[in-house]
Write a new protein. Structure first.
Ligand code: 5GP
Ligand code: MN
Length: 339
């Protein structure tokens, strides 16, 4: 983190500001935890901050402190735009290209407010006046903690802020098992627990609030699993028909793709889920080792992300998406073999 960037942030925040914080579309634990944690920190420092989400997020995140204050652009556009109008500062969290927030991105692009990016994805777009872009850090939540630390404000981390930050550090590290986890990650987590984050309760809220139909949907995804051993690849699909059959709720498919990666020898795992428009398929890609799913998602599926976790889209049916994927694999044979 550059000293100059911190100084610019410090200067900007030296007088009370009206701040809007926006996480990416389909917000996950890291997006919501970092946005709400940053909101509480700013509010504690005499700013007036609120979070606007592009669209709704899953039930397993609807308990994070401050959740009741979140404004949803998709379901409450008038209120969101009114709130946005008043902003002196717009912070975009856990993404780095305005396309990730779709229509809302145009409002941000054309807004006169000072823009701050706080993110840990690769290859940031150039829209922020103050840019924290740290792809080596495992979660945006960990980055928020490090920014608070650089502002010499760690003593302000209370139970509420600690809980928010813990959420994204937990979810974006696969419960602290990804290579992005460092000794510092654990030191931060230790401090968050000291400040009142209840790690056992947070884990339960996020991972142990499943439903019977969600587990049956997982069963369906697993029975659709295919392996392409020569390319160390495993993929699953879910059609709209299958999603409806098992009463799909937002967030239900979170984590499914990881099961494919648990098979011995598999280095690339993909889940393809038909969108409700039935016009395109959303892909979630995961890899182990050095194979970059970020590159693959960017080059072939209008997406991106990290080396080992990325997402994207393909216009067409599930069958067409599977065909596209299988036609791509030969060009990655070497990379998949050596990674
Ligand atoms: P997931 O597969 O869990 O939706 O996302 C995995 C990672 O890829 C996350 O870091 C997410 O932000 C990123 N990602 C998911 N979908 C997209 C996309 O359509 N475009 C880009 N640029 N990144 C994505
Ligand atoms: Mn993240």
């Amino acid at each position: 983190m550059k000293l100059e960037t911190i100084k610019n942030l410090q200067q900007l925040l030296s007088t009370p500001k009206n701040v809007v914080i926006i996480p990416h579309k389909n917000p996950d634990g890291d997006a919501m935890g970092s946005s709400l944690g940053w909101m509480h920190f700013l509010n504690k420092n005499n700013h007036t901050a609120s979070v606007i989400v592009p669209n709704p997020y899953p039930k397993f995140l609807k308990w994070i402190p401050g959740d009741e204050t979140v404004i949803c652009f998709e379901t409450n556009e008038d209120q969101a735009l009114k709130r946005l109008e008043k902003a002196h500062v717009i912070c975009t969290l856990d993404f780095n290209s305005l396309e990730r927030i779709e229509v809302l991105g145009e409002y941000v692009r054309n807004h006169a407010a000072t823009k701050i990016m706080i993110d840990h994805h690769r290859e940031p777009q150039d829209y922020a006046d103050i840019q924290f872009s740290e792809p080596e850090i495992g979660s945006t939540c960990e980055l928020v903690y490090q920014i608070i630390e650089s502002l010499s404000a760690l003593e302000q981390i209370d139970n509420t802020i600690a809980t928010c930050i813990y959420v994204g550090m937990l979810t974006d590290t696969g419960s602290f098992r990804f290579p992005s986890v460092t000794p510092k990650t654990h030191r931060i987590v230790a401090h968050l627990i000291e400040r009142g984050a209840n790690h056992a309760a947070i884990y339960n809220q996020i991972y142990n609030t499943s439903t019977m139909s969600r587990l049956q949907l997982l069963g369906q995804a697993l029975s659709n699993l295919k392996i392409v051993p020569e390319y160390h690849t495993a993929f699953m699909t879910l059609s709209q028909e299958e999603l409806k059959k098992f009463d799909f709720q937002k967030g239900d498919t979170e984590g499914f793709v990881n099961y494919a990666l648990t098979i011995e020898g598999i280095k690339l795992a993909i889940i393809m889920i038909e969108d409700k428009s039935e016009q395109y398929v959303k892909l979630s890609l995961r890899s182990s080792g050095s194979f970059s799913v970020n590159e693959m998602a960017k080059k072939h599926f209008h997406g991106g992300g990290h080396i080992n976790a990325a997402g994207g889209k393909h216009n067409g049916s599930i069958g067409e998406t599977v065909q596209k994927l299988t036609s791509l694999l030969p060009q990655y044979q070497q990379a998949l073999h050596t990674s």
